[in-house]
Design a protein around this ligand. Structure first.
Ligand code: GLN
Length: 329
């Protein structure tokens, strides 16, 4: 396509202006409720709102509370899945967990009726199974290895929120019930407590929007952190991870998301949404007010607008926006 070549700084400003307009429009949205299944999450500032966009060449745009810390929650599921694929291989992973969208809530107590396995690794049952596989492969070093990958992908050392972890552990009766059912169908091995503990810990990793955008950019950059040059994730595992994020990453909203936004993404009840534009961008929105499916309401709106304004949808017929970005990265 023949497009005028904008000078780099002018391009940078043009992108910043468009992103800022999206941020400002979403500021007025106040619908939804913060997660309150544990007191630590119920206490978060509901108004918090940040956006970070990181490119595969290391550029970064931030808006609002992009440095506010929040727990990664279910966004962790894409990183743990990617790591399990690398360490245990596809055959072992897909023996334990499927790749079909469940169409049910993230914490549903339901397995694929044909296989008796969790539907996919992006819902709780599948993620607890993946945690079991990581424990199987790595033993007690599983948590440190997972945290190390998170940190290398984000480009800075990350840690865990102890109060959130303790609450998740002490009140996670539903997840504990899911783990015992996984044991019953043979997806988890006994004892289930170490797998659950790893799952609760990974949900409690503290990040900000910049971290998740950088992790997204590392995935977009097929596993190599654009800033450090560190090869963080296995190439083939990244492909599989992005594919499952595309079809299953937004819980029972995944179909609509594919239609409206059309990029691989993962959502968490801490208020984060991580989106990946393959070979181009990692995008993170943070706003803790959620819809009934557990997705950040401002986050959904921001991603829908970005997809439209920048032509990010994988099947955008003109792909004007992607070409537009290409001049810069
Ligand atoms: N800790 C939460 C749970 O296991 C994570 C769920 C989520 O972010 N959707 O229920």
């Amino acid at each position: 396509m023949n497009q005028p070549v904008l000078e780099r700084s002018a391009m940078d400003e043009a992108v910043r202006g468009s992103l800022e307009a999206v941020y400002r429009r979403a500021l007025d949205i106040r619908a939804g409720q913060v997660a309150d299944y544990i007191p630590e999450l119920a206490r978060v500032e509901p108004e918090g709102f940040g956006i970070a966009v990181a490119t595969t060449e290391g550029r970064l745009w931030t808006f609002g509370d992009a440095e506010a810390a929040f727990t990664v929650q279910s966004v962790s599921k894409c990183v743990s899945f990617c790591l399990a694929l690398e360490l245990l291989g596809r055959d072992r992973v897909f023996e334990a967990v499927g790749v079909e969208p469940s169409g049910d809530a993230f914490n549903a107590i339901v397995f694929d009726p044909h296989t008796q396995r969790p539907f996919n690794p992006m819902v709780n049952a599948g993620a607890i199974t993946i945690a079991g596989l990581l424990r199987e492969a790595l033993g007690e070093s599983a948590e440190a290895t997972l945290l190390d990958r998170f940190s290398r992908a984000a480009g800075r050392p990350l840690g865990i929120s102890d109060p959130v972890y303790v609450s998740e552990r002490d009140t996670g009766h539903r997840n504990r019930a899911i783990a015992h059912l996984l044991l019953n169908v043979g997806a988890l091995k006994a004892p289930v407590e170490p797998a659950l503990d790893l799952y609760f810990r990974q949900c409690s990793i503290l990040v900000n929007a910049i971290d998740l955008a950088r992790i997204g950019a590392t995935l977009a950059n097929i596993g190599r952190n654009p800033l450090s040059g560190d090869y963080v994730f296995d190439l083939a595992a990244v492909r599989d991870t992005l594919a499952v994020m595309f079809t299953c990453g937004m819980y029972d909203y995944s179909g609509h998301w594919a239609l409206d936004v059309g990029i691989p993404a993962k959502s968490g009840v801490g208020g984060g949404i991580l989106g990946v534009v393959n070979r181009q961008l990692g995008i993170c929105t943070y706003s803790p007010r959620l819809d009934p499916k557990g997705n950040s309401i401002r986050g959904l709106e921001v991603f829908r607008r970005l997809a439209d304004d920048f032509g990010l949808h994988a099947f955008e017929c003109t792909n004007y926006g992607s070409s537009f970005m290409k001049g810069m990265i």
